[in-house]
Design a protein around this ligand. Structure first.
Ligand SMILES: Cc1ncc(COP(=O)(O)O)c(C=O)c1O
Length: 364
């Protein structure tokens, strides 16, 4: 059989199989059941927040948070131009204006200076994204938010366990959202969660997650809600994964170090960065080629594929997509063309990383 090294793959052990089997056998297959409560309780504790609310995925988590914060179609929300499109989609669902701003070249996360320049009388919220596992500059962002009275919602979909000055992401602002899609640090198949310390916000999100059904009068609804619930089967998988999160984060770090060590002599490439005081969880190994343009990058991807190595391009600038307004974000537009993600799945062997490193060295 030809060699194929995938970019991503979940780590499933007997524990995951046992918990999911237990959930199915219990009959609690929809969104009631012990695993939902356990998942939410454990995740809130992990992020050092008072509350956590599980959802059907990370995108619905983001949408639910924005609705519950009272963001409307009259408002503007600032997001980084360099992110997965879901960050923008959630704002679009509300009809609010998406304002995309540039990133820092080292962390690849939203640049606080660019946020401040983009604030108008209509700005209501900022969504910093902890991209590829590195936290955004939450200290500067929170300062700006305080000055202009804005909400901050961390998009931590790719950064479970990442930290700023020893504090976990998801607990650093009004609310944080995480994704448990199959390629994330921990997975529940599909799934998401919202973390917050704000009781009023939590209550509102909980109500809206379940069709806004009255607590005291079943099947009575005073507003339009959603079905954004996670199932107990998903939560069973999520709990099993959560119980292994330290082991999984350790594996991500090790994989990054293998690449770092293998590629240390190549001067015209850059790997993931970690700013002082920040903990990067290296969700995906990033490699940027000096001065590459999109076509060269795409050729690199094809050439890796020929050797059985899967990879993926960096995200395209959100503002280049037809549904969004164009904007002037030179760093985003430079960086996206230069970067790819390399296989970073938990069970990748050191010998496979060595094989990839050799291929990268030859191609570069
Ligand atoms: C930065 C970012 N935000 C939001 C999401 C949305 O999460 P989900 O795929 O669970 O809806 C993702 C997921 O891939 C993401 O990478």
């Amino acid at each position: 059989m030809n060699k194929f090294i995938p970019i991503s793959q979940p780590s499933i052990t007997q524990k995951e199989i046992d918990y999911v089997t237990d959930a199915i056998k219990s009959g609690w297959v929809s969104s009631l059941g012990k695993y939902i409560d356990e998942f939410e309780t454990k995740f809130a504790k992990y992020c050092n927040t008072k509350y956590a609310l599980a959802t059907s995925n990370g995108t619905t988590a983001l949408h639910l948070t924005l609705v519950a914060l009272g963001i409307t179609s009259e408002d503007e929300v600032i997001i980084p131009d360099f992110t997965f499109v879901a960050t923008g989609s959630a704002v679009k669902y509300i009809g609010a204006k998406v304002v995309t701003v540039d990133i820092e070249e080292d962390t690849l996360c939203i640049d606080p200076k660019e946020i401040e320049r983009s604030i108008t009388a209509k700005t209501k919220a900022i969504i910093p994204v902890h991209l590829y596992g590195h936290p955004a500059d939450m200290i500067a962002i929170n300062k700006i938010a305080k000055k202009y009275n804005l909400f901050v919602v961390e998009d931590a979909a790719e950064a479970h366990g990442a930290e700023v000055n020893g504090k976990k992401v998801g607990g650093l602002s009004d609310a944080g959202i995480f994704s448990f899609y199959g390629n994330k640090i921990i997975t529940s198949g599909e799934g998401g969660i919202i973390t917050t310390n704000n009781k009023k916000l939590y209550d509102k999100m909980k109500l809206l997650r379940d069709h806004a059904m009255s607590k005291n009068k079943r099947y009575w609804h005073t507003e339009v809600g959603f079905n954004y619930r996670m199932t107990n089967i998903q939560a069973a998988l999520g709990v099993a994964q959560f119980d292994r999160i330290d082991e999984l984060l350790e594996k991500k770090k090790k994989i990054f170090e293998w690449y770092q060590d293998g590629l240390k002599d190549i001067s015209n490439i850059k790997l993931n960065f970690q700013k002082d005081g920040y903990k990067n969880v290296y969700w995906m190994v990033c490699i940027e080629f000096d001065r590459y343009k999109e076509k060269q990058r795409d050729r690199f991807i094809v050439n890796l594929k020929k050797q059985g190595i899967d990879s993926r391009p960096f995200f395209y600038p959100v503002s280049d997509m037809p549904m969004y307004d164009n904007c002037d974000t030179p760093i985003t537009h430079k960086v996206y063309q230069r970067g790819i993600n390399l296989p970073s799945y938990f069970d990748i062997k050191k010998s496979d990383v060595e094989y990839i490193v050799k291929a990268v060295k030859e191609l570069v």
